[in-house]
Design a protein around this ligand. Structure first.
Ligand code: ATP
Ligand code: SF4
Ligand code: MG
Length: 328
C-alpha cells in the first residue's frame, strides 16, 4: 500500500547570512490515507518547519536542504510555485494557531471562504454561496447565514478557528495540516476544535497532520505520533503504544511532565535544561545534555532506530523492549 504522504530524509536549514544551520535533520515518516498523525515536541524542535515544508510554505529564512516529500505520486519539493498553488487548498490545506491573524479583517467571512473557491476556478457565485453554507452546516457551525455575513472581529477566537477550518475544507483536500490550532484557545473551545477535526477525519476520510506541544491533545486525537527533539524524530508509533510505554528518555520526560499550556516554550517540570538552539549543533544524541541515562557513546553517535512491537520505533541506546518482548 502506498501512503498518502511519504517524507523521506527531509532536511531543513535556516540561513543567516553566510551561516547555514540545520534545523530539521534528515527525517522520514509516512502518513496514511484516513490517518491522524501527531507531531509532538517542545518549542523549537522543528515541528512547524516540517509542516510548512510539505505544501512549500517555508519562511524566507528556511530552505529544504535535501530529501523528498511525495504526495499522491509527486515530489512536492520539485514542483514550481504555480503547481504548488494548485495543490494548496485543493489537495492540502493548513490551519494555524492564530486564526485572527489568518483572516482578513476587512472581508466578510463568506467572501473570504469564497476567495479559495475563486482561486481554484469556481466562478459561479450562487453555487459558491450554497457550497459555503453547506460546509458550515455539515461542520456544525451555528447560524451559517449569519456567519457568512459576519466580519472576523465580530467572532470569538474559537469561532474564527472554526471558520478557518471551514475555509481549509472548502475545496475538499485529502490532507489537512493543523499547526497548534488549539493552543491559543481555552480548554472548552479547544475540545470543540478537537471534536471538529475528529469529525472531519471520520466523516470525510481526510488525513490530518496535527502538531501540538500538548501531549494530552495528541493523545486524545491522534492514531499515530512522531516525537521530535532538536530537529530529529526520536520516537514514533501508534499513539496508544507511545503513551502507554514510551521508550525514549525524552518521550518519558514529556509524558511525566504536567501539561500546562501557559508553560509553552519554557522548561519542562521533570527534564532539566532546554532544547538546544539551531546554532548549537551537538554530535551524537541531542538529548544527551538533559538525559540521566546518557553514556559516552550517546555523545558520539546518534542511535539508529530500533523497532519494537507493532511498529514503535525509537532512537535511544538505552531503550529497553516492552516487557515480554525480546530485543530485536
Ligand atoms: N523564520 C525563521 N527564522 C529563523 N529561524 C527560524 C525560523 N523559523 C524557525 N526557526 C528556527 O528553527 C527551529 C525550529 O523551529 P520550528 O518553528 O519548526 O519549531 P516548533 O517545534 O514549531 O516550535 P513551537 O512549538 O515554538 O512552534 C527553531 O530553533 C527556530 O528558532
Ligand atoms: S541515546 Fe543516550 S542520551 Fe539519548 S536519550 Fe538515549 S540514553 Fe539518553
Ligand atoms: Mg511551531
Amino acid at each position: 500500500m502506498t501512503p498518502l504522504l511519504r517524507v523521506k530524509d527531509l532536511a531543513i536549514n535556516i540561513v543567516h547570512g553566510k551561516n547555514v544551520f540545520s534545523a530539521v535533520k534528515s527525517i522520514s515518516f509516512e502518513l496514511w490515507e484516513g490517518e491522524i498523525l501527531g507531531i509532538v515536541g517542545e518549542s523549537g524542535c522543528g515541528k512547524s518547519l516540517t509542516a510548512l515544508a510539505i505544501p512549500g510554505l517555508l519562511p524566507q529564512a528556511a530552505e529544504a536542504g535535501s530529501g523528498s516529500v511525495f504526495f499522491e505520486g509527486r515530489n512536492l519539493l520539485a514542483l514550481s510555485e504555480q503547481e504548488l498553488c494548485r495543490v494548496r487548498g485543493n489537495e492540502i490545506s493548513m490551519v494555524f494557531q492564530e486564526p485572527l491573524l489568518s483572516l482578513n479583517p476587512l472581508l466578510r467571512v463568506g467572501r473570504q471562504i469564497e476567495e479559495s473557491l475563486l482561486l481554484h476556478g469556481k466562478k459561479d457565485r450562487k453555487n459558491n454561496r450554497e457550497q459555503i453554507l453547506g460546509i458550515m452546516e455539515s461542520l456544525g457551525l451555528p447560524d451559517p447565514a449569519g456567519l457568512f455575513r459576519a466580519y472576523p472581529h465580530q467572532l470569538s477566537g474559537g469561532m474564527c478557528q472554526r471558520v478557518m477550518i471551514a475555509l481549509a475544507m472548502i475545496c475538499g483536500p485529502r490532507l489537512l495540516i493543523a499547526d497548534e490550532p488549539t493552543t491559543a484557545l481555552d480548554a472548552a473551545i479547544q475540545a470543540q476544535i478537537i471534536g471538529l477535526i475528529r469529525k472531519i477525519n471520520r466523516e470525510r476520510g481526510t488525513a490530518v497532520l496535527f502538531i501540538s506541544h500538548d501531549l494530552g491533545v495528541i493523545r486524545r486525537l491522534c492514531h499515530r505520533v512522531l516525537v521530535m527533539y532538536a530537529g530529529k524524530i526520536v520516537e514514533s508509533g501508534k499513539a496508544e503504544d507511545v503513551f502507554r510505554r514510551p521508550l525514549h528518555e525524552y518521550t518519558r520526560g514529556l509524558i511525566g511532565s504536567i501539561p500546562d499550556r501557559k508553560r509553552k516554550g519554557s522548561a519542562l517540570a521533570n527534564i532539566p535544561g532546554k532544547v538546544p538552539s539551531v546554532e548549537e549543533q551537538l554530535p551524537g544524541c541531542p538529548f544527551a545534555p538533559r538525559c540521566a541515562k546518557a553514556r559516552e557513546r550517546c555523545r558520539e553517535a546518534f542511535p539508529e532506530a530500533t523497532a519494537f512491537g507493532s511498529g514503535q520505533r525509537v532512537h535511544c541506546f538505552a531503550a529497553e523492549p516492552p516487557s515480554g518482548e525480546a530485543r530485536p
